[in-house]
Ligand binder design. Structure first.
Ligand SMILES: [Zn+2]
Length: 152
């Protein structure tokens, strides 16, 4: 599966790629040079809003997707049209640290997530590093239609 490194401007894009299961490094406070080196060393595709960074990457034989739009769905569409997501991988990475999430039994989260969430949701995931629980919240509902269209 493809791996990405997203530049500092693309925090929300990186977060969604992680939710969709892509191993995505978020290059916060990284210089362009470090991004290029990391991409080369780890075989990551660079995602960037920076035209200069993209052309340097391409000159160096690295793959780079230039994301021009400030619209999340358009940006994601650009990436996912080349690298379609796999629905079975959804909810497999922590949006904060990129670690793999573990699916947990519903009974395990009782008292650990808000009561309403516990009632409404049936599936939960856990990040062993951040100690954070995940579920398909309201942000998912908004994204579903978009993802269904992409996955067609
Ligand atoms: Zn985490």
């Amino acid at each position: 599966m493809v791996r990405f490194i997203a530049d500092e401007m693309l925090g929300t894009v990186a977060k969604w790629l992680r939710i969709l299961g892509f191993d995505t490094e978020y290059a916060r406070e990284m210089k362009d040079e470090e991004i290029l080196i990391t991409a080369e060393r780890e075989g990551r595709v660079i995602l960037s809003r920076d035209k200069d960074l993209c052309s340097t990457a391409i000159k160096n034989g690295l793959e780079c997707i230039f994301l021009e739009s400030a619209n999340l769905e358009k940006d994601l569409e650009m990436v996912l049209s080349s690298y379609p997501p796999t629905p079975e991988k959804f909810m497999s990475r922590c949006t904060i640290c990129n670690s793999k999430l573990v699916e947990v039994e519903k009974s395990e989260v009782k008292g650990r997530v808000p009561e309403g969430v516990y009632k409404r949701q049936d599936r939960f995931w856990y990040c062993p590093k951040c100690h954070k629980y995940y579920w398909e919240g309201s942000h998912w509902e908004k994204m579903r239609g978009f993802l269904n269209k992409i996955c067609e």
